[in-house]
Design a protein around this ligand. Structure first.
Ligand code: NAP
Length: 673
């Protein structure tokens, strides 16, 4: 962020746009100067064109069907992506089809009217491909919400999709209860509406090896397409979606990390959103662990001037910045001047859905720092595109080996990339003769994604601030490489910079389904071991403030778990003070302070009769937050056991009880893996 803020001084603020300068000149004839006016007009045109929305020639066509017809496109690939993987898979399919000469287009459902989908069948040899991820508790991704709503509302007694050929690749994670729900839903609903499942649905499991799952499905799908579309020849070699323009001299305006609108980091104007994040100043940054070698950060962000409102349970999205040293190393390795300003613009025959893959014009430094994920494990299509840039045969052979199709190729890729945890810089280091053009690397790398954290404060208590509770998970790969999350390691690096302009982070609020009951008299049971406690700290603060203001507040019960009382009892003092003030019933499971493990589920079991009474008679709401892999599942099973034992119900009846709690929003899980 330091880089961005320093630049403000030289570029000028967006409030002093060339238009306002022009007005000043026209209104004060003493400064009348034709040359100056012309210059300002030219500058304004450049400024506006850089500010323009980045979706492609949308203004030329009324809708995507018209555009497909005009461009003779047969295949529409819709993607529902939250972290970028589905979007990446979709654009790889687009390139595969382009290589076969099947004209196709990539469509973000958020940008298009899904009611027009059924008109796709008017296009000869059409095909709709849905590459959709399931997010959270079986939800569609944010950008596929419109697609989901449209399909949900479509009446199955009207076969509006009759004759429409489609296929689905769905992405999910087996750790979660609703595995691949979105993809399965799209498949089922499209068929119910008369659609023709042209090729079998594929499924990818992010808990295992989703790249492998995708590659296996893709190989089969492409063979099928070759046969059905009678493909006899295919393009070999590089297919580029974007071409690079180097701006020399540098333009007056260029992006400095803004996700969407040029100048939005220089002049901050509400409302703040994913396209216009607020740059919050870190006012506090401290370690929560009091012992041991692990770390959990407590961070406070000032939102005084932002007019940002949030509710307990909401998430804050943080737009991260890549490691400066790593950016420098990539610049050195590829022998580029990081301050060169460039634009990557869709080529004439590009099928990309955006004019630019990221905000342009930008310097290489900005792109590598803010827009592309340099820590992601490179996928096979990235490695394939690198082959022709190896000058040594041994490097070329290595890339051919790890990108070969079939089981052997997939196993080699797994060893070279996944097991070793190699990122793009590691690949460049492992293959010394590889010297790809930087613009190809930038085109191929996935976009850097925001990271969501449960807000751990309540506005009722922490007016003007957002609190984040984030544990840093450093890891060592099987081959001994050190790794850590992009966002948490960046946040950690800001610890010693509080109070300086560098300690500023772009954020926006994302609404959540995890909410305390509207009527605070309703009791709540919260289960949040480790960092899972974050949203519950907000709940506790909120309900305590309501109680202090004279409201009738029901029981607020927290099941917290940590390894050792003396090490990782997050917010111990604060929690104990709420207990003293009678605002909290706190139960803590110390898992490693005695020979046998004690977990939150064990404490729930001990309190079984009370838990049942709270749920059954007092209509308490039940919340779980934290690890999805084991904890949330174990808690779920324990809940079923408690209902059976203390509610004297059979297992199917206990399951029905839990289902009903969930349907009424009285049992909410916010878990991650
Ligand atoms: P943590 O300190 O790892 O765990 C908190 C407590 O929960 C510990 O006492 C732990 O005990 C206990 N626990 C372990 N398994 C349990 C189970 N099945 N039921 C109940 N309690 C259990 O907590 P954390 O650092 O917040 O991390 C929790 C999990 O979330 C980790 O798996 C971590 O990888 C994941 N995580 C993911 C992200 C992300 O962004 N994806 C971020 C943070 C954390 P023992 O350790 O003694 O078994």
């Amino acid at each position: 962020m330091a880089e961005n803020i320093d630049r403000d001084a030289t570029v000028g603020s967006a409030s002093e746009s060339p238009l306002s300068l022009l007005l000043q000149l026209v209104l004060s004839p003493s400064k009348w100067d034709v040359v100056t006016i012309l210059l300002v007009v030219v500058l304004y045109v450049a400024y506006r064109s850089a500010q323009k929305d980045q979706s492609t020639d949308a203004h030329l066509y009324a809708n995507f069907i018209d555009k497909m017809k005009a461009k003779d496109q047969k295949v529409a690939i819709f993607y529902g992506s939250q972290t970028g993987t589905a979007g990446d898979f979709a654009s790889r399919l687009l390139k595969d089809l382009r290589r076969m000469g099947i004209s196709s287009t990539l469509l973000d459902p958020e940008d298009h009217d899904m009611k027009l989908l059924s008109n796709l069948k008017d296009i000869e040899d059409h095909l709709a491909i849905f590459v959709v991820a399931t997010y959270g508790e079986g939800d569609p991704t944010d950008n596929a919400r419109g697609l989901f709503d449209f399909l949900t509302e479509a009446e199955t007694d009207e076969p509006i999709m009759e004759g429409l050929r489609f296929t689905v690749f769905s992405l999910g994670n087996k750790t979660y209860e609703h595995y691949n729900l979105m993809g399965r839903f799209v498949d089922k609903k499209m068929r119910e509406l008369g659609g023709d499942l042209f090729f079998r649905r594929g499924e990818g499991d992010d808990d295992a090896n989703i790249e492998d799952d995708f590659l296996a499905w893709r190989e089969e799908f492409l063979d099928f397409m070759r046969e059905k579309y009678n493909i006899t020849a295919e393009h070999v070699g590089q297919l580029r979606e974007y071409e690079q323009i180097v701006h020399d001299p540098a333009p007056a305006y260029s992006f400095i990390g803004e996700p969407h609108k040029l100048g939005s980091f220089r002049t901050q104007r509400p409302p703040f959103s994913n396209k216009n994040p607020y740059i919050g100043k870190i006012t506090a940054h401290r370690e929560l662990h009091t012992g041991g070698d692990r770390s959990c950060m407590h961070i406070e962000l000032d939102i005084k001037d932002a007019k940002i409102k949030y509710s307990p349970g909401d998430h804050v999205a943080v737009q991260p910045v890549n490691n400066t040293r790593m950016v420098e190393q990539i610049g050195e390795r590829l022998n580029i001047d990081l301050d060169t300003i460039v634009s990557l613009t869709a080529t004439e025959d590009s099928c990309a859905s955006k004019v630019n893959p990221f905000p342009c014009p930008s310097s290489y430094r900005t792109i590598l720092s803010h827009y592309v994920d340099i820590c992601a494990l490179p996928r096979t299509n990235f490695l394939e595109s690198m082959i022709e840039y190896c000058t040594e045969d041994s490097d070329k052979q290595e890339l051919l080996r790890v990108t070969a199709s079939g089981d052997a190729g997939r196993a080699a890729y797994n060893d070279f990339i996944r097991v070793s945890g190699r990122d793009v810089l590691d690949v460049l280091t492992a293959l010394p003769s590889l010297m790809p053009p930087i613009d190809l690397v930038l085109e191929m790398l996935p976009r850097l994604q925001v990271r969501y954290y449960s807000i751990s404060s309540s506005l009722r208590v922490c007016d003007n601030s957002i609190h984040i509770t984030a544990s840093t998970h450093d890891y060592i790969t099987q081959t001994g490489r050190h790794g850590s999350g992009v966002t948490t390691s960046w946040l950690r690096s800001l610890q010693g910079k509080v109070g300086t302009d560098e300690a500023r982070i772009p954020v926006y609020i994302r609404k959540s389904t995890l909410r305390p009951p509207l009527r605070c008299a309703i009791p709540i049971i919260m289960v949040g071991p480790g960092t899972g406690v974050a949203p519950f700290r907000a709940f506790i603060q909120d309900r305590h403030a309501l109680k202090e203001s004279g409201k009738m507040v029901g029981e607020t019960r927290l099941y917290f778990g940590c390894r050792h009382k003396s090490e990782d009892f997050l917010y111990q003092e604060e929690m104990e003070s709420y207990v003293e003030k009678d605002s909290l019933n706190l139960r803590v499971a110390y898992s490693r302070d005695q020979p046998e493990k004690i977990y939150v589920s064990d404490l729930l079991n001990e309190d079984g009769a009370e838990v049942w009474d709270l749920l059954n008679r007092q209509h308490a709401h039940f919340y779980v937050c934290g690890d999805a892999k084991a904890m949330a599942k174990d808690v779920h099973l324990m809940l079923l056991k408690i209902i059976q034992q203390h509610g004297e119900r059979s297992l199917p009846d206990a399951e029905k009880f839990v289902k009903s709690l969930k349907q009424r929003g009285h049992y909410v899980v916010d878990a991650w893996s």
